[in-house]
Design a protein around this ligand. Structure first.
Ligand code: 4AD
Ligand code: MG
Length: 431
């Protein structure tokens, strides 16, 4: 079936084309009708003149309803007032599939209703804009690592060892082998791949049975996790600030239209340039106490603490060296203050908070084993992971960036559930 993408029409002024898509809106006077079509690649105003198309096509046009799928033929005309700079002077109109009483109308709908109809809501302008930003973020992630000589590796989703906290695992029976867990992270596996390939990253869905119903949590989210051999915590933060600025600048380059549609203040994004300020956890607690938080040393920063702290800065920041007790078993102890680890979170401004968790890894076999035992994990499940410290151990570091939180921040939308086509939350499995 021959048809032309709406986005290509700018270069086809004067030509006759056929466009296939869905009806967004219609309006008509007695002689002329205006039909706005979308095909995923863009939006197009089609102008239908009764005199030119004849009664049959005209009647078909007047009967069109929201989301009817159609094929429209006509000639491309320049019109500076239109998005894309063109409109279509229609000569023919063919109905493909009717759409009666489309549930999502231009009026306001409640959040609950919209998520029940997520499969249809995806078609609306703002949701299309968010999906396109998300696409560019994925593309930027692969480009960034490819340009820097990283290899993309695929890590398993069904796993036998716990990567983060035992408290939020999804598990399933696995034949005769007992319990398998859905991966909370690909990190332990990229550490193994890193010793094979030097610089690697994995990028896939991760799963956490988060009981928290916050605007920052999903039970299934996408995380990109690079791991670098012979890189310490300071190298790791330099990689993170380059990475985050790269993604943001890519979005500014390629998503101008979408960010405008989302009414995003792009000035705030333009300030996202490396280097990012660095502050230790200990200093952050002191500063937060001055700002009125009652956070005590030894506790993790809550969402509100992150927001409060970030208000002090105009770009993302790194908070480093958290207490060992609130962080995962694999993080390397800080030799300058053994109560803490060589880790960092990267916090996004404007109330978005943690988008990255990263650390230098414990590379000493006996210390790592002791941490595994101390956390009540089964050392047998980590035999392979401990082997990495037995055969040519190496300083190495890496991090995980949550894609949905990053996309929400770039788009300037309050809740991460709109950044993924079909969000999974404790109370949502449909559609
Ligand atoms: O800080 P986290 O738990 O770090 C890890 O999983 C490490 N293994 C990463 C590594 O070093 N390779 O998670 C990393 C990021 C968070 O900063 C956040 O952006 C995102 O993943 N994230 C979530 N996003 C949405 N919903 C959730 N429930 C999330 N939990 C974490
Ligand atoms: Mg974290």
């Amino acid at each position: 079936m021959q048809h032309t993408d709406i986005r290509a029409l700018g270069g086809l002024v004067g030509r006759s084309v056929t466009v296939a898509g869905w009806v967004v809106t219609t309006r008509s006077s007695g002689k002329i009708a205006f039909l706005v079509l979308r095909d995923g690649s863009g939006y197009l105003q089609c102008v239908v003149s009764r005199k030119e198309v004849g009664d049959e096509v005209w009647d078909r046009c007047l009967a069109l309803t929201q989301e009817t799928s159609v094929r429209v033929t006509g000639s491309v005309r320049a019109d500076a007032r239109q998005a894309g700079g063109v409109e279509l002077g229609a000569s023919g109109l063919e109905l493909i599939g009717p759409s009666i009483d489309f549930p999502i109308t231009p009026k306001e709908h409640g959040t609950q209703f919209l998520f029940e109809h997520r499969h249809l809501w995806l078609r609306s302008r703002l949701q299309v804009a968010i999906a396109k930003v998300r696409h560019q973020v994925f593309q930027a992630i692969h480009d960034f690592f490819d340009e820097r000589g990283f290899y993309h590796v695929s890590t398993p989703i069904l796993t036998g060892s716990i990567g983060e906290e035992a408290g939020n695992l999804f598990s399933t029976e696995y034949f005769d082998l007992g319990t398998a867990y859905l991966a909370q992270t690909g990190q332990l596996y990229v550490e193994a791949s890193c010793a094979a390939l030097g610089r690697v990253y994995c990028f896939g869905p991760t799963f956490r049975a988060e009981k928290s119903k916050t605007r920052r949590h999903l039970t299934e989210f996408w995380m990109v996790e690079p791991e670098v051999a012979f890189a310490d915590s300071a190298d790791n933060m330099r990689l993170q600030e380059d990475f985050v600025s790269y993604i943001v600048s890519r979005a500014l380059d390629r998503c101008r239209e979408e960010l405008k549609e989302l009414e995003r203040d792009t000035g705030a994004l333009e300030r996202v340039v490396a280097p990012f300020p660095r502050i230790t956890y200990t200093d952050a607690v002191a500063r937060l106490n001055e700002l009125g938080s009652d956070l005590q040393w030894g506790h993790d920063l809550g969402g509100d603490d992150e927001t409060l702290l970030c208000k002090e800065y105009d770009r993302p920041i790194f908070v480093m060296n958290y207490p060992k007790a609130v962080k995962a078993f694999y993080m390397k102890e800080n030799p300058d203050d053994p109560r803490t680890v060589l880790n960092n979170d990267c916090l996004a401004p404007e109330g978005y908070g943690e988008i990255i968790g990263g650390s230098q890894r414990e590379d000493d076999h006996d210390r790592l084993l002791a941490r595994i035992v101390a956390q009540g994990l089964d050392p047998k499940a980590y035999g392979w992971y401990l082997d990495l410290r037995k055969y040519g151990t190496f300083v190495h570091s890496g991090f995980g960036l949550g894609v949905e939180r990053t996309v929400a921040w770039i788009c300037g939308i309050p809740h991460i559930r709109e950044t993924i086509a079909f969000p999974r939350q404790i109370h949502r499995l449909y559609p």
